[in-house]
Design a binder for this molecule. Structure first.
Ligand code: COA
Length: 260
């Protein structure tokens, strides 16, 4: 697929996806959502991609939300379909990827932008970042998983306050809330994400995929997280990575995981 709203850079098994609509503060229009789906799918299927970092172009915004101009005229039916399609195509899709995804939040992450960052496996913010779910100020509610993932990350009371006030919090406050794992100066954002990616890549990608699956199961109402963990734990014993990891430990050497 040819990309017009995003671009991908790959180096040393780390792929960086940059949402590239800086004049619109990287707002998520339909085309961008479709391109992101394809890019994540393509990278997740590529065994050479061990970690994906998602960021926004420019220094001002990660993503300033869903593109308001696209849904301003929508009916009840259109609205429901927009949320259902978007959740399936991008937000749930990213959360369920086997490949770890880090959000590098480099500025405004509002509405669908914060929802996208929350669908990533964890978040790192630059100290100019501003985060919020301002949908009720537009007369709607978060529709890309925000009412579910925000309480999971920050707790129900803080999530309700953020959603009801439609306010923004800064990177330091977001760190205190557990919404982001780090808050660093903008120039340190990508180097820190790369460093975290390197640490992740020392480990078994097969085991990491099972860990993502088990953790996500605990947050889904259709699954028993403990039961999924038992199955995922068992499955690890059949992998080459498990043989290599345990053998390397016993031979007192660093593991060189085959990724299978
Ligand atoms: N959808 C569509 N366009 C958006 C957008 C969004 N979510 N967020 C920003 N833009 C556009 C603006 O319309 C503007 O376009 P224009 O230059 O053609 O007029 C451009 O991006 C720059 O934004 P601007 O508002 O001029 O920048 P600012 O620095 O004054 O304000 C924000 C930045 C983020 C505070 C402001 O853009 C904003 O409130 N955006 C909407 C946030 C939101 O409600 N998101 C949730 C959507 S569900």
């Amino acid at each position: 697929m040819e990309y017009h709203n995003i671009y991908i850079e790959e180096e040393n098994n780390v792929a960086i996806i940059t949402i590239d609509r800086p004049k619109k503060l990287n707002a998520l229009n339909k085309a961008t959502i479709e391109e992101l789906h394809e890019a994540f799918k393509e990278l997740d299927e590529d065994p050479n991609t061990k970690v994906i970092i998602l960021t926004g172009s420019g220094e001002k915004a990660f993503v300033a939300g869903a593109d308001i101009s696209e849904f301003a005229h929508f009916t009840v039916e259109n609205g429901g379909k927009l949320a259902a399609k978007g959740q399936k195509m991008l937000f749930d899709f990213v959360e369920s990827l086997s490949t770890p995804v880090i959000a590098a939040v480099n500025g405004f992450a509002l509405g669908g932008g914060l929802e996208l960052a929350m669908a990533c496996h964890f978040r790192v913010a630059s100290d100019n970042a501003k985060m919020g779910l301002p949908e009720v100020s537009l007369g709607v509610i978060p529709g890309y998983g925000g009412t579910q993932r925000l309480p999971q990350l920050v707790g129900k009371g803080r999530a309700l306050e953020m959603i009801m006030t439609a306010g923004m919090i800064d990177a330091q406050k977001a760190m205190g809330y557990g919404l982001v794992n780090y808050a660093v100066p903008q120039e340190e954002l990508m180097p820190l994400c790369q460093k975290l990616a390197s640490k992740i890549m020392n480990n078994s990608s097969v085991a990491i995929a099972q860990a993502i699956k088990a953790i996500n199961a605990g947050y889904s109402y259709n699954n028993d997280g403990y039961a999924v963990e038992i199955d995922a734990f068992g499955a690890c014993f059949g992998t080459n990575d498990f043989k290599e990891g345990t053998t390397a430990f016993l031979e007192k050497r660093k593991a060189d995981f085959p990724g299978s």
